[in-house]
Design a protein around this ligand. Structure first.
Ligand code: IVH
Length: 684
């Protein structure tokens, strides 16, 4: 294709893809299939690779994330990024309305909106193209997080319709609730710490250094404010409609209210309805609708006088802290849990609250016998938010975190940069063993669901299954007739778990079936810290068998794509224990899959001992596909050239420095076709 035709096709693809993105992420109304969408994107990628100087600044291919940055530039806000004054009562809203009417007279309308609980962001567009995305910072200057924000699919990279040369709009970036829950589940499965709430997760994500990681986070953005009044827009509501026309995601959950009663109605409706939203809100924002009235009212040094936030009160109660228990999780993380004098809160009786970790205990300075305030936030278990110091007993002592594991006595350790204390006795500490077995049988691991719902605990407590390998020694008569009665809570009926013939048959066949589970899931099921589902798959494909993985050195591990030092250390540490090797041997003799099966991997050892650097963009395969082919055929992928590199597979758009370095090191530079031929030779 000649350059002029390429330019035309690129323009068409960019604008089509932008439209499809808008349909999907902003309007939730896709008009083509995911497959067709991917095909358009692939075509664009290919053309951009062939004509790098035709890559447009608003290209949707930029969404996958650019290069990591160590520091963010700071940018001065053209208009200070102010916050809203908060109120908690309807009386304060009546006062606000009076203050407004004094200035505007009685002809005033308000717009009520949801108050999204995330982080505020300013988006600047020049000639319709997203130029900067800036955090609040100190209100005067914020961080330029454009590369990270570009990965949020509902934020347009290019505006549509009738936009001015310069346009700034502000809104809130947040994490969806189902996305947040799934992400936390995956993190915990991989032995990482969970985020406390969606707001922390969203602001943590936006401050990450690697946009590719940000691209994986379930972020979204609602826009709600055009600062500066530089457009000829008459009302805030019209501003929202205009923003929507430009392609922004604007909430439909807004209402024009003509008096405070209508405002109260909106607040009351959403105080219940907010439970059904797929994101968190912490209140309602009330804004004067008419822009010239907004101008009349102006700003204080901190807030606009034309808007106010009504915050929903987190329901709060006061009670005493009786004692603190320490719970040990599957990964050995120790969580302090407060035992409280029972108290009514938001419709339930609360007896326990999370204290999270030793830093939180320290910062609250909470002591046994204290009167404490507890709140129910988005999380299921309530938290202690403060201490009523006035009621503190004179002789109370600061709480000191335990130094030994409450379950097995092992001295606890705490790693730098981590908030949690850990019990390192992973193979002999009862809750850790039970947790490991439960993880092993879970759906994404060995999927032995007939052993769920407390059955593992019964087997463990009866001394029948003390580790995962013991599962494969279970015989029907060992477990037939086992039972446990679980006392019902708060006056509810007791329940009973019993191992009757039918249950036993299901368990035995479930265990038998698990022997067909492919190696990558077996590896995940072992529950090695930081080896979550994705990492397990990567390692399984790369090393192909548990034996190769077991022998891998730190260097060999970190050479694998996306395997960092933390994972490598964890794997080496795990395989260095004799007990684990015995465990593997027992699992092998029980018939579990410990290597990638040949049809699954289509493997050869043709590239054994060879290492490859894959760089640039290719015509018939994606870079990842080429890398997978390298691994499936026994080769190794590395990210940078060294004297050990066997081949550089060069696509279009590869930096000239790489080529020079390869030449200097005498490394053969081959094309995609050369590489494919290399593989096909073997198949003949
Ligand atoms: S308007 C000049 N509208 O709440 C005021 N803010 O403390 C511009 N927020 O900084 C803000 N939802 O981060 C506005 N519908 C909404 C909002 C909203 C959430 C955040 C925003 C703001 C803070 C107020």
């Amino acid at each position: 294709m000649n350059k002029e035709n390429a330019r035309k096709r690129i323009d068409k693809l960019v604008s089509d893809i932008q439209k499809h993105n808008h349909n999907y992420y902003v309007l939730s109304n896709p008009v083509i299939s995911d497959y067709d969408f991917d095909m358009l994107l692939k075509e664009l990628e290919k053309l951009e690779a062939a004509f790098p100087d035709l890559v447009r600044p608003d290209s949707p291919t930029l969404r996958v994330g650019g290069e990591p940055t160590k520091y963010f530039d700071t940018i001065e806000h053209k208009h200070p990024m102010l916050s809203l004054s908060n109120t908690y009562t309807f009386d304060e809203i009546l006062d606000f309305d009076k203050r407004v009417r004094k200035v505007t007279g009685d002809d005033v309308q308000y717009v009520c909106e949801l108050k999204y609980d995330g982080l505020s962001i300013g988006l600047i567009y020049e000639n319709g193209i997203l130029k900067h995305a800036v955090t609040r910072g100190d209100g005067i200057r914020g961080d330029d997080v454009t590369n990270n924000v570009r990965t949020i699919k509902s934020i347009p990279l290019k505006l549509v319709g009738n936009y001015p040369d310069y346009f700034e709009i502000r809104g809130e970036i947040f994490m969806t609730l189902d996305g947040f829950r799934e992400m936390n589940l995956n993190r915990v499965n991989a032995g990482e710490s969970a985020f406390a709430n969606p707001r922390n997760a969203a602001s943590g994500s936006i401050k990450m250094q690697d946009p590719k990681e940000v691209a994986k986070r379930p972020l979204d953005c609602y826009l709600y404010y055009i600062p500066g009044n530089h457009l000829n827009i008459k009302s805030h509501y019209d501003g929202l409609l205009y923003s929507s026309d430009l392609g922004f995601k604007v909430s439909k959950n807004v209402a024009i209210c003509r008096n405070t009663n209508e405002i109260f109605e909106f607040i009351n409706d959403w105080s219940e309805a907010r439970e059904k939203l797929n994101f968190e809100i912490d209140g309602i924002v009330i804004k004067v609708n008419n822009i010239s009235q907004q101008k009349q009212l102006g700003f204080t040094s901190k807030n606009p006088r034309w808007a106010i936030a009504y915050k929903y009160k987190a329901e709060r109660a006061e009670t005493t802290l009786d004692s603190v228990d320490y719970q040990v999780g599957r990964t050995g993380a120790v969580t302090p849990v407060a035992n409280l004098a029972p108290v009514q809160l938001a419709g339930t009786i609360v007896k326990r609250a999370s204290l999270h970790n030793s830093d939180i205990i320290k910062s609250l300075d909470v002591r046994i016998g204290d009167y404490v305030f507890i709140e129910k936030g988005g999380e299921i278990i309530p938290k202690i938010v403060g201490v009523n110091i006035n009621k503190r007993k004179q002789d109370s002592q600061p709480l000191s975190f335990i130094s030994n594991c409450p379950e097995c006595g092992t001295i606890l350790t705490r790693k730098q940069d981590e908030a949690a204390h850990y019990c390192t006795n992973e193979d002999h500490c009862p809750p850790q063993i039970k947790g490991k077995i439960e993880h092993f049988i879970s759906r994404k691991a060995m999927n032995i669901d007939s052993l769920g719902e407390g059955k593992v605990e019964i087997l463990y407590d009866n001394g029948l299954v003390l580790n995962i390998a013991d599962l494969y020694n279970i015989k029907p008569d060992m477990i037939l007739g086992l039972e446990r009665i679980i006392p019902g809570k708060e006056g509810k009926k007791d329940s009973r778990i019993s191992f009757q013939q039918k249950t036993v048959d299901k368990i035995i066949s479930g265990i038998e079936k698990s022997k067909d589970v492919p190696f990558e899931r077996v590896l995940f099921a072992l529950g090695i810290r930081y080896i979550g589902e994705t990492v397990a798959r990567k390692l399984a494909y790369h090393f192909k068998s548990i034996y190769a993985l077991q022998k891998a050195t730190f260097e060999e591990l970190t050479e694998v794509d996306e395997i960092g030092e933390r994972i490598a250390e964890s794997a080496i540490n795990w395989f260095s224990k004799e007990e684990h090797i015995n465990l593997i041997n027992r699992l092998v003799s029980s018939g579990l899959k410990m290597e990638i099966s040949s049809e699954e991997a289509d493997i050869s050892d043709l590239l054994e001992g060879k290492s490859f650097v894959v760089s640039g963009v290719f015509t018939n395969h994606s870079r990842d596909e080429i890398k997978t082919l390298v691994e499936k055929n026994g080769g190794k992928n590395t990210s940078s050239l060294s004297s050990k590199t066997s081949f550089l597979i060069a696509g279009d758009n590869m930096g000239p420095a790489k080529k020079t370095k390869a030449e200097k090191l005498n490394i053969p530079v081959i094309t995609e076709n050369d590489f494919i031929e290399m593989l096909e030779l073997d198949n003949k």
